[in-house]
Design a protein around this ligand. Structure first.
Ligand code: BES
Ligand code: ZN
Length: 886
């Protein structure tokens, strides 16, 4: 941390490094208070660069000595750099550095830190410089040999990247291990672990017939919760080889779980480090959603081994090169694992829902940036939904434009060209296009790449005209995009629109085809159309745009009942609900839901041909955040009141159907986290929530009683927390004893205690009498003995859940929510700036708030921004938020 504004890095300023580091020998004498790091760097001048001083990054570390070519060399400090003005002459030389760092004091969890009595590292993006002096940038790739020395009793397991080459005893109860990673890698992929861990291991044979060892390391008591992570890892190895021909390239692949971790997980070469949340699972401690999360995160990090590690990013502006592509790959993996067409569609719906919940608001708010950003002050602030989720959609559009096989050819060419290199998003797009000459992508590659450079969500308008005599349907597509920070005008995007035509009776009038819109306006003609059609556009959400197709209730009901594209079927139901929510938000008086809508929901709920998982998604009203996004200015309390009122109406009018759905979807078989079982549990839990909501309003004790029983007796966490949520959100009298019971059953298991905090922080804020109760409860939980700001999972479970996922509790007319936010932010920032900066982003959309929230939010922002000692991370986010003020 420092005074004054942070330096801003610009994409256009990229220059290749003046020196390369080809080989690194590192030796760690591990000690929590003072660890000694000795490094030997084999450096080479870059002949293409001007001769200049050697400047190494270093942060919060202390240098002991520096030797060049075997002799001591003078150096100086400049900002956060160690500068050697006169490195040895000649093309190559060896630099030896000895420095110290203090893992115990490292509460930022970036670099080398301690957690639960062990040592762990996190180096992406710029954490390696917190371990030792280095050219800490992704285009400097070296071969690492690492020696670890530590007390044998306290740290029996010593791990680093690659293969174990030697281990043995040392004096004084210490031992050592030497690891060698044959693949050149950037420093952000370095990792070490020294801790008291146990592991589950399994051998796997790849197609080439080679055997590999897979290991999952956890704390002693946690071995029983590693089965699913291991199964997910095995499935990932098999899938990447089958789908993309990409095999495991190391003899040994390790996953280590750690309790204190800023992110979900990290793809260090051969030694992935994971937040315990994405490793540990048993039916009793993890929900179906957790099981699915583990599968996708294990997949994601494993897939980085090729898309990220074998080919990495030239600079951090290219982050989406690895993250967007790897999210696309993990989404495809989960879809392939899901199996049935219906389960695949459910996964796609969930992914689009997540994109709309986080990326769309980001693209419309203060932090809007292109998939390939142009500048940053703190790179950690750009691990965003735009880089990840929108980046994945951009890759998906490429696949749509060249076809699935064409895309696989493109990936093959990408590796033929760039294996072992640090490259750019342009290189990736070029490879996909070059492997598919003449394709819809190759013919408009330059304009397609605007998806990388232009921020904001495009709007797509579609209007059709039917000529009965000519049996012709003409569809006019127009696109527009709103200005975003630094980008007042936009050029047209290339938008792939998968489209089909349905008759009013549901039959297909025109089979699915791909329309590619690449200018502001274009017409597409469908010949031989028998009758006036209902268009089904943007099937499977074929582009990340906001669609205005002008369809009314009748057409949407047709699509909801008949569309063969499950995504659009779901979307039609959401649009019907959204139209009603938006209309009601405008009215002062409560609105009664019309029969047509309620009947449509009833039909979905009763339809025996539909999957329970799909029903659950279709019967869940659009979120309060999504409703807010549709409005130029929004009142969070009004949206909450309207949505709760609608939920109550669906709870009471469909009461008998909910009861039937609950009974019909109870799972009596043994627990398995399969899409089929998970779908049934999800629908049964939604039904139970609706039944409790209705029961509490009507004073009937039966369903809350059953829910309470389920909290006590459920045989799995999904059902237990589902029942608890039903009681908490309906404000049943049984909520309190059920919460107590749940806490007791948790038995101090950290991931379960996190759920206990999170559920209370999300508790629906009562409308009218009792308003403010949920906020007060969350605030009181800060003082609970189990609460801590230092563990990111715990801080997120209470504070982030309240500020981000409970709008009606957070946005208060008395501004107490904003005061709470400001206080927590200022508490967390000195401990963990990355975490604090994420919390700062809660205010991204403050300019769209209605009064009095808007003024209060601005005041809170200004008050925090005026503090002198903020981290660069937080300062950047607050600065952008305040700039957004018009
Ligand atoms: N490379 C990231 C982890 C990371 C993110 C390190 C930010 C440093 C800063 C990793 O591959 C990743 O993307 N993890 C995600 C989960 C994934 C399934 C999207 C995460 O941690 O949230
Ligand atoms: Zn990633």
């Amino acid at each position: 941390m420092r005074e004054g504004p942070a330096t801003v890095v610009h994409r256009q300023d990229y220059a290749a490094p003046a020196y390369w580091i080809r080989k690194v020998e590192l030796c760690f004498d591990l000690d929590p208070v003072k660890t000694i790091v000795s490094s030997k760097l084999h450096i080479e001048r870059n002949p293409a660069a001007e001769p200049q001083p050697l400047k190494l990054h270093g942060e919060d570390i202390t240098v002991l000595r520096v030797m060049a070519a075997g002799e001591s060399v003078s150096f100086r400090h400049e900002d956060k750099l160690l500068v050697i003005d006169n490195p040895p002459a000649g093309e190559q030389f060896v630099l030896e550095i000895r420095n110290t760092c203090s893992p115990e004091k490292n509460t930022q969890l970036s670099g080398l830190y301690t957690s639960g009595g062990g040592f762990f590292t996190q180096c992406e993006a710029e954490g390696f410089r917190r371990i030792t002096y280095f050219l800490d940038r992704p285009d400097v790739m070296a071969v690492y040999t690492v020696t670890l020395r530590a007390d044998k009793k306290k740290y029996p397991v010593l791990l680093s990247n690659g293969n174990l080459v030697e281990q043995g005893e040392l004096d004084g109860g210490r031992h050592f291990a030497v690891w060698h990673d044959p693949f050149p890698k950037p420093s952000y992929l370095f990792a070490l672990v020294a801790a008291d861990l146990v592991c589950r291991e399994q051998k796997i044979r790849t197609r080439a017939g080679k055997e590999h060892l897979l290991q999952v390391f956890v704390r002693r008591g946690d071995l029983g919760k590693t089965e699913h992570a291991m199964a997910s890892l095995v499935a990932s190895v098999v899938w990447d080889e089958a789908r993309f021909g990409l095999p495991l390239d190391l003899e040994r692949f390790m996953i280590v779980a750690v309790e204190d971790f800023n992110m979900g997980a990290m793809e260090n070469k051969g030694l992935n480090i994971f937040n315990t949340k994405f490793v540990l699972a048993s039916p009793a401690t993890a929900t179906d959603v957790d099981f699915a999360g583990i599968e996708s995160v294990v997949g994601h990090e494993y897939f980085h081994n090729w898309t990220g590690n074998r080919i990495t990013c030239r600079d951090w502006f290219q982050l989406s090169l690895k993250e967007g592509l790897t999210v696309f790959r993990d989404q495809e993996f989960s879809m392939d694992m899901a199996g049935s067409p219906s389960a695949r569609a459910v996964k796609r719906i969930e992914d689009v829902r997540a994109l709309r919940a986080s990326q769309f608001p980001e693209d419309a708010g203060a932090m809007a940036h292109p998939v390939r950003p142009d500048s940053y002050a703190a790179i950690d602030n750009f691990y965003t939904a735009t880089v990840y989720e929108k980046g994945s959609e951009v890759v998906r559009m490429m696949q749509t434009l060249v076809g699935r096989e064409g895309f696989e050819r493109g990936i093959t060419l990408y590796f033929e060209r760039h294996d072992g290199q640090a490259v750019t998003c342009d290189d990736f797009a070029q490879a996909i296009a070059d492997a598919n000459p003449g394709s819809e992508l190759a013919t408009r590659l330059e304009s397609f790449k605007r998806w990388y450079s232009q921020a904001g969500t495009p709007r797509l308008k579609a209007r059709g005209v039917y000529d009965a005599e000519a049996r012709r349907y003409t569809l006019t597509l127009t696109q527009s995009a709103l200005p975003s920070p630094g980008q007042p005008t936009k050029q047209p995007f290339v938008i792939p629109v998968l489209a089909a035509l349905l008759g009013r009776d549901g039959r297909t009038l025109a089979a699915e085809r791909l329309l590619v819109l690449d200018s502001a306006e274009q017409q597409f003609v469908f010949e031989d159309v028998d009758a006036e059609p209902v268009p089904s556009l943007l099937r499977g959400f074929s582009a990340p745009v906001i669609l205005d197709d002008g369809l009314g209730d009748a057409e949407l009901l047709t699509l909801l009942a008949h569309d063969s594209d499950a995504f659009n079927r779901w979307e039609a139901g959401q649009r019907l609900a959204l139209a009603r929510l938006l209309a009601a938000v405008e009215q002062a008086a409560p609105v009664t839901l019309d029969e047509a809508f309620v009947e449509a929901m009833r039909t979905v709920l009763r339809d025996p041909a539909l999957d329970p998982a799909f029903k659950e998604l279709a019967l869940t009203l659009p979120s309060e955040g999504y409703v807010a996004e549709q409005l130029a200015t929004f009142d969070p309390q009004r949206i909450h009141a309207v949505r709760e009122h609608f939920r109550e109406q669906l709870a009471s009018t469909l009461h008998a159907d909910w009861a039937e759905a609950f009974e019909a979807n109870l799972v009596h078989e043994g627990y398995a986290p399969t899409p089929a079982q998970a779908g049934r549990r999800a629908l049964a839990n939604l039904a139970l929530a609706m039944l409790c909501l209705h029961a509490v309003r009507s004073g009937n004790p039966v369903w809350p009683g059953r829910a309470y029983q389920r909290v006590k007796d459920a045989s799995n966490m999904t059902d237990r927390i589902g029942a608890l949520a039903a009681l908490v959100h309906s404000h049943s009298e049984l909520a309190e004893p059920a919460l107590e019971r749940f806490h007791a059953i948790a038995g101090g298991e950290p991931l379960v205690v996190d759920k206990w905090f999170a559920l209370q922080a999300q508790a629906s804020e009562p409308v009218g009498a009792g308003h403010g109760r949920s906020f007060a409860r969350a605030k009181a939980l800060l003082k609970h003995p189990d609460f801590s700001l230092k563990n990111p999972n715990r801080a997120r479970s209470l504070i982030f859940q309240l500020c981000m996922n409970n709008p009606a509790a957070f946005h208060r007319a008395d501004a107490a929510g904003y005061v709470f936010w400001a206080e927590r932010l200022l508490e967390i920032d000195p401990i963990n700036p990355q975490l604090a900066a994420r919390l700062a982003r809660v205010m991204d959309r403050w300019t769209a708030l209605a009064e009095p929230y808007r003024s209060a939010a601005r005041e809170a922002l200004a008050r925090v921004a005026a503090k002198p000692d903020l981290s660069d991370d937080v300062r950047e986010v607050l600065g952008r938020a305040l700039e957004a003020q018009q």
